[in-house]
Design a binder for this molecule. Structure first.
Ligand SMILES: [Mg+2]
Length: 444
């Protein structure tokens, strides 16, 4: 059953903006590897002939955003001139026109800058589709029949682990009580955890105060950055564990800092603080390494989590199928939008791996807010042991900021994919000539 939507809204042009926020001033987002991030985005706007605009972004952390923007511009001819109906009625054909262009694929394929650019553009198409239908994207997906939804997904190279037929079976099984789960989501939301307390650059007093503040708000999961200095990690793990008590969860994140054996030794030293997981212990491309760490730490009760820099669904297939991760942290802007993300969620569901999406960077919470609803309602059918990342800064720049309450994401209500930034925020933060950046140059 293919999708046939009647939208003749034509995309006339694609605007690309380099938008940066000077977050490195306060060390927000700092970790053992990314010591001074300026949260940024390659931001695209699809302008249509009289219809709504489609907004999409991919997250970056400062320098290099201009390269992603250039890649977006080079892909613009695949989008401009097409109607929304033409795209959605052959969504995989459209998706492959971006990911598998006979020349552009050489600088991928499906990885790195070109794939980040693809994500920004396809995210904008989903936003446009949601706005045309008058629905938030998560609701748009939930309202599709399994037969229609499966038509939108990219299963290429996954066949040995998950066939399209098996994916359809999973979607059909979950469709039976999908509406009940949607009602639950409307009432209780989807569990989230906060990273706001745990950046490396923060002082002990600040960590303690932020943990107490977060507990008072109802949060039960707390993640801290590790990997720079073992004594300092032990000290900060102790502060958090003492503050949150034995029953709440502590997670750790090394941001790819270690060699494989070093990761095992280091985390063995932190095991007494009972971390639920170690995130990104080593290179994001090292599937064997992740598996070695996972096997060594499993007896200590520490799971391995990774995925925010996992390039594509094929890499995820290997991590998932080899038991190298217990927690799958897919990223909403590194995978090429909903069409590639849902196959990863389906593989994880099939293999019993828990999806705990990466977020925090500017815009990522907006996307995750939709994706966890889809996962729970249509794919995994459970949030047992699952928790989505949440960071509270920069939400003021969005037209429809995510809704959260007491450690949970609530279902978005505004039509689209939720990423539209306020015009004033975009204009102020355009790099290098927006007023925020011009003023900094003048004062330095
Ligand atoms: Mg991380």
């Amino acid at each position: 059953m293919t999708i046939q939507i009647q939208s003749d809204h034509r995309i006339l042009s694609m605007q690309v903006m380099d938008v940066r926020f000077p977050t490195s001033d306060d060390l927000d987002g700092s970790d053992a590897v990314h010591v001074d991030p300026d949260y940024s985005a390659a931001y695209v706007v699809l302008h249509t002939d009289g219809g709504p605009e489609g907004h999409g972004l991919t997250f970056t952390i400062g320098r290099g955003t201009e390269v992603v923007c250039a890649a977006c511009r080079s892909l613009a001819p695949m989008v401009e001139g097409r109607t929304l109906g033409e795209i959605v009625n052959d969504f995989i054909g459209f998706h492959r026109s971006l990911t598998n262009d006979s020349q552009a694929r050489w600088i991928g394929p499906e990885k790195g800058v070109i794939h980040l650019a693809t994500a920004a553009i396809v995210n904008a198409v989903w936003d446009l589709w949601g706005k045309v239908e008058g629905k938030p994207v998560w609701r748009l997906v939930c309202d599709l029949d399994p037969e229609q939804l499966v038509e939108l997904l990219e299963f290429r190279y996954l066949d040995d682990v998950l066939t399209r037929e098996r994916a359809l079976e999973i979607l059909k099984e979950k469709a039976v009580d999908r509406d009940r789960r949607i009602d639950e989501l409307m009432e209780h939301g989807y569990p989230a955890y906060t990273t706001s307390a745990g950046w490396l650059g923060y002082s002990d007093e600040k960590i303690r105060a932020l943990c107490e503040e977060a507990m008072a708000e109802g949060w039960n999961h707390f993640k801290i950055k590790v990997g720079q200095d073992l004594d300092d990690d032990r000290r900060r793990c102790r502060i958090v564990r003492e503050t949150i008590g034995p029953d709440r969860h502590l997670m750790t994140d090394a941001n790819q800092r270690w060699e494989v054996r070093e990761a095992i030794q280091w985390m063995t030293q932190l095991a007494e603080f009972k971390p639920l997981w170690i995130e990104e212990p080593t290179s994001p491309d090292d599937i064997l390494g992740h598996k070695a760490v996972a096997d060594a730490l499993r007896p200590l009760g520490i799971g391995v989590a990774t995925g925010e820099m996992c390039q594509n669904r094929v890499m995820f297939k290997q991590l998932l199928a080899s038991d190298a991760i217990e927690f799958c942290q897919y990223d909403s802007c590194r995978l090429a939008s909903v069409n590639e993300i849902l196959p990863v969620l389906l593989m994880a569901a099939e293999l019993g791996v828990k999806c705990c999406p990466h977020a925090g960077g500017v815009g990522l919470c907006q996307y995750v807010n939709h994706l966890v609803m889809i996962d729970y309602a249509c794919i995994s059918g459970t949030h047992e042991g699952r928790v989505a990342e949440y960071v509270s800064h920069l939400h003021e720049h969005f037209a429809d900021p995510w809704r959260q309450r007491a450690g949970a994401y609530l279902p978005p209500e505004a039509p689209g994919y939720g990423i539209t930034m306020k015009q004033a925020s975009l204009e102020a933060h355009v790099y290098p000539d927006g007023p925020v950046w011009r003023a900094r140059r003048q004062s330095s």
